[in-house]
Design a protein around this ligand. Structure first.
Ligand code: ATP
Ligand code: MG
Length: 450
């Protein structure tokens, strides 16, 4: 859906959020600070998309001081402020639910780049000039927030026109991404990745001129000027998209992937594996936490699943990936080494356990979604039913049966668990019998005392 009526864009927000923004506008007006809704949120309002919990506000003036004044709003607290950039982040209880609403306030500014890939130096500027430093025309729109008193004496948002100096609205309607000037990708090559992400999420394509500039930037090696850490942040955002494989597809079309993830390539198979995460969520629901981070890890494992181990390790080193991602890759490599065994029917549960017990659940999730139906079913069976299975008797109970603390006790507990996994013991009595038989057998193999 494309919103034609731009006179009251904020009218698409819930009544409660509108009321909150009206209060923000009223406080800003008391201090003669023009305040605007800006960037992605304006774009998403025009697209008629639901607005998430992050609202970006631009302030023509001291945004940090305004954040301080907004602390008077009920439940508001300051999360962060960065004086060099003139930005502050506030959180308030979300008026529509139990969650929080984040307001990112930024002083309107212009940016200059000392060299390709550098972080910008900033200076205060007007709203209009601030829009000119942005990545794409569809992200370079703003909507002024102004409040008026209602008859009931409360604050209400006034209808506001769109500030759209680069025709972002028309580009949005035409589904194109357009940079604002020729040097845009050179100023900040991470915009290439931002664009690919937006293109995949919103079904956009780069406008012809921008596509040429993008290819030029790639040929000139601009991405090489960006630190691996900044690229890692962008890659993580791509993995956090609703359908990361579509971002990869876009990146492949633009020949971007070899610059970022050497050896990775979009394919039907890869896309189908990623899609299964969303169409077959049972394993996720039952065995993994469904946090955004876990999902990002799952997709990271799936997208790199067919890479040779060495290349995966190179990615870990190059991007200094966090330990959980590094060990995810190692776990996947381990399980891949047992592929054939895992595909065999009738594998004893205890053997399965010996192979899979050291492996983290997320890695097992990756293998589940990547492998054939038979391996996938085995993994789901293991994660859902076997992994958490434990004997009735614990170390304490074994000691009461006369087993001395020490290595023998540990070995007995492991053996008892294997017996339980394979169905050799069921009841507590079965377990006690099993233990005494083992102890007896062990003792009788001990050399006679002289
Ligand atoms: P999303 O829906 O993913 O949050 P967004 O466009 O809101 O998309 P943010 O990272 O939240 O992205 O940034 C907010 C706004 O800041 C963007 O809409 C854009 O105007 C501007 N912006 C962000 N990153 C850049 C950049 N690298 N270069 C220029 N402008 C940027
Ligand atoms: Mg945003």
């Amino acid at each position: 859906m494309f919103v034609e009526q731009t006179q009251h864009l904020t009218g698409a927000l819930s009544q409660a959020v509108q009321h909150l923004l009206a209060q923000v506008a009223a406080v800003a007006a008391q201090h003669q600070l023009p305040v605007w809704l800006v960037g992605g949120v304006v774009r998403d309002l025009l697209l008629g998309l639901p607005i998430d919990r992050d609202l970006d506000l631009a302030v023509e003036g001291d945004a940090i001081a305004l954040a301080g004044q907004l602390l008077q709003l009920s439940g508001a607290h300051l999360v962060a402020s960065h004086p060099p950039f003139g930005t502050a982040t506030l959180q308030l209880p979300h008026p529509d639910d139990d969650g929080m609403l984040t307001l990112d306030l930024a002083r309107t500014r212009v940016e200059t780049y000392a060299h390709v890939g550098a972080l910008p130096t900033v200076a205060p500027a007007s709203m209009q000039a601030d829009l000119a430093r942005r990545d794409f025309s569809i992200n370079a729109m703003a909507c002024r927030l102004q409040a008026a008193r209602t008859a009931a004496g409360d604050w209400a948002l006034q209808p506001a026109t769109l500030l759209d100096p680069f025709n972002g609205r028309a580009d949005l309607q035409a589904s194109v991404l357009q940079v604002l000037h020729k040097r845009s990708f050179a100023d900040d090559p991470t915009r290439i990745l931002r664009g690919v992400r937006l293109a995949a999420r919103l079904g956009l394509r780069f406008a012809n001129k921008s596509a040429v500039l993008l290819q030029q930037a790639l040929q000139d090696g601009m991405l090489g000027a960006v630190s691996p850490e900044r690229l890692r942040t962008e890659l993580y955002l791509a993995l956090s998209e609703p359908a990361p494989e579509r971002v990869l597809e876009q990146a492949d079309r633009l020949d971007l992937t070899p610059h970022l993830l050497a050896g990775v390539r979009w394919s039907d198979v890869l896309a189908a594996r990623c899609l299964r995460v969303r169409t077959e969520p049972d394993l996720l629901v039952a065995c993994l936490d469904r946090s955004e981070h876990t999902l990002a890890l799952l997709y990271a494992g799936l997208i790199t699943y067919d890479l040779p181990a060495q290349e995966r390790r190179w990615l870990v080193q190059h991007y200094r990936l966090a330990n959980d991602c590094a060990s995810l890759f190692e776990d996947i490599i381990r399980v891949q080494g047992y592929r054939e065994q895992l595909a065999q029917p009738g594998l004893a549960n205890s053997t399965l356990d010996a192979i899979l017990r050291p492996v983290n659940s997320v890695a097992l999730g990756v293998v589940h979604y990547a492998e054939s139906q038979s391996v996938g079913t085995t993994i789901a069976h293991y994660l859902g039913e076997l992994r958490q299975l434990n004997p009735i008797l614990d170390g304490h109970a074994l000691q009461q049966l006369g087993v001395a603390p020490g290595p023998q006790l540990g070995a007995l507990l492991r053996g008892l668990r294997a017996a339980r996994l394979d169905g050799l013991v069921v009841s507590r009595t079965d377990e006690e019998t099993w233990v005494s038989e083992q102890v007896h057998a062990n003792n009788s193999t001990l050399p006679e005392q002289a």
